[in-house]
Design a protein around this ligand. Structure first.
Ligand code: NI
Length: 195
């Protein structure tokens, strides 16, 4: 039975460590498989669209993602020992993080990444990410290197407007996404212009 683990928040030292590479032999350990199940359970409960192992105080290189958007390939998926083989372009991102509750900020991300790694059975995976999916992969990868989006973001602020709260509630806001709100342009002031 999967169970919900505690998500640690900014200030906890584990979030600042470079996480250890997973020995693929560990994938045979039922406790490791349990960790993966628990990470999904914890992410869905939060709710979020991505969660990295350090956020549940496990300093190992894996994360789970599920965009819940009915697009094949957007999850549920787990990536063990992820690496980017391609990073290109630049886009504006507005992100929040389950480990920095209630806040959002503006930052730059690569427009497109290709992420390689292993699935929960040790099979090689290669994922191409653009848009929200690509930004989510980058956000989760940062967690494995002890980096939080607030290290890179400008204009870190509480999610105040209805649009911001909606975005936060929707993805609480791993690798998130006021993208849709921005494009629907509810109120120009709701999403700060990014030069
Ligand atoms: Ni996060």
């Amino acid at each position: 039975m999967p169970y919900i683990r505690e998500i640690i928040t900014d200030g906890h030292p584990t979030l600042r460590k470079v996480a250890k590479k997973v020995n693929l032999e560990e994938l045979h350990d039922p406790l490791f498989q349990q960790l993966i199940d628990d990470m999904f359970e914890t992410m869905y409960h939060a709710p979020g669209i991505g969660l990295a192992a350090p956020q549940v105080n496990i300093s190992k290189r894996l994360f789970v993602v599920d965009l819940d958007d009915d697009v094949p390939g957007h999850g549920p998926l787990v990536v063990v020992n992820p690496k980017f083989s391609v990073t290109e372009g630049e886009i504006d991102s507005i992100e929040g993080c389950l480990s920095v509750p209630g806040m959002i900020g503006d930052l730059k991300r690569f427009e497109r990444v290709v992420c390689t790694g292993f699935d929960r059975n040790g099979k090689k995976v290669e994922l191409e990410g653009t848009g929200l999916f690509g930004r989510c992969l980058q956000h989760e990868m940062d967690h494995l290197d002890g980096v939080l989006y607030i290290d890179k973001a400008r204009n870190i602020r509480p999610a105040v407007t209805e649009e911001e709260k909606a975005a936060l509630a929707e993805v609480e806001a791993e690798g998130a996404a006021l993208e849709r709100n921005a494009s629907e342009a509810v109120e120009p002031s709701a999403v700060p212009a990014i030069a």
